[in-house]
Design a protein around this ligand. Structure first.
Ligand SMILES: *Cc1c(COP(=O)(O)O)cnc(C)c1O
Length: 230
């Protein structure tokens, strides 16, 4: 994306009070630094093994978000530095983050990843599973994780009506949960929805965070980033 277009996008999102998360998966450090130089500070990766070397070699004022499925045995690697984990999809995972965050003396912001799409392969909780976590007495005892809201991915389809309905459903889940469990918690306010193909719909339906890769960096090159590129 050209500088002028990128700045227009940023200004546009700022006016709507929507946070821009630059999804840098598959992108080289050089490409990331180019976007960093234009003022972007929040970047996201979906794999721990890509996040680690990028964290290590790129500027330390980058806020890294984890947006991909996270295995419990990899939590320990990202807890020392990660700014937000958007992909909490089980209570077991949350307990592991709590444990490792306590050890690292950190409090980790996180989102509950909700399953809203009509696709079999996507990770995420349904509303019932989310309520079960929130009703679990152990949930209230967590001191090193901080619930900030929900995240969801719509079905990959050209049918904008389907996408809109899914985002609307996520917003409704958020609102119900907010009223019932977090009405006095000002920090529980994020609805992370919207990717390159559907972020305008997401914003119209109440998104507070869009996760954009392709529109910022261009098409995915179809190859995996390696440490060698550093
Ligand atoms: C890759 C990815 C994105 C960004 O997708 P684009 O279509 O490139 O904008 C957003 N969210 C998640 C969870 C992703 O894995």
């Amino acid at each position: 994306m050209h500088t002028a277009d990128f700045q227009r996008l940023r200004t546009n999102l700022q006016e709507k009070k929507v946070e821009l998360i630059a999804v840098s998966k598959f992108k080289s450090p050089v490409q990331i630094l180019d976007v960093y130089a234009q003022g972007q500070r929040i970047f996201a990766e979906n794999k721990v093994q890509d996040l680690l070397p990028k964290y290590e070699y790129l500027p330390k004022d980058i806020q890294w978000h984890m947006i991909g499925h996270l295995q419990k045995n990899k939590v320990k690697y990202i807890v020392p530095f990660v700014a937000m984990i958007q992909s909490v999809d089980s209570f077991a995972l949350l307990l592991e983050i709590e444990k490792k965050a306590a050890k690292a003396q950190r409090v980790i912001d996180f989102l509950f990843q909700m399953y809203i799409a009509k696709e079999e392969t996507k990770y995420g909780l349904d509303e019932e599973e989310l309520l079960a976590i929130l009703d679990n007495p152990d949930f209230k005892r967590l001191r090193h994780v901080r619930p900030r809201g929900v995240m969801g991915m719509a079905t990959q389809t050209d049918d904008r009506k389907v996408v809109r309905e899914e985002f609307r459903a996520l917003k409704k889940i958020f609102t119900r949960v907010k009223e019932r469990y977090f009405s006095t918690d000002a920090l529980f306010k994020e609805i992370s929805m919207g990717m390159s193909g559907d972020y305008e719909i997401a914003i119209a339906e109440g998104s507070t965070m869009v996760r954009l890769g392709t529109v910022i960096f261009g098409e995915r090159p179809g190859r995996v980033f390696t440490i060698g590129e550093l």
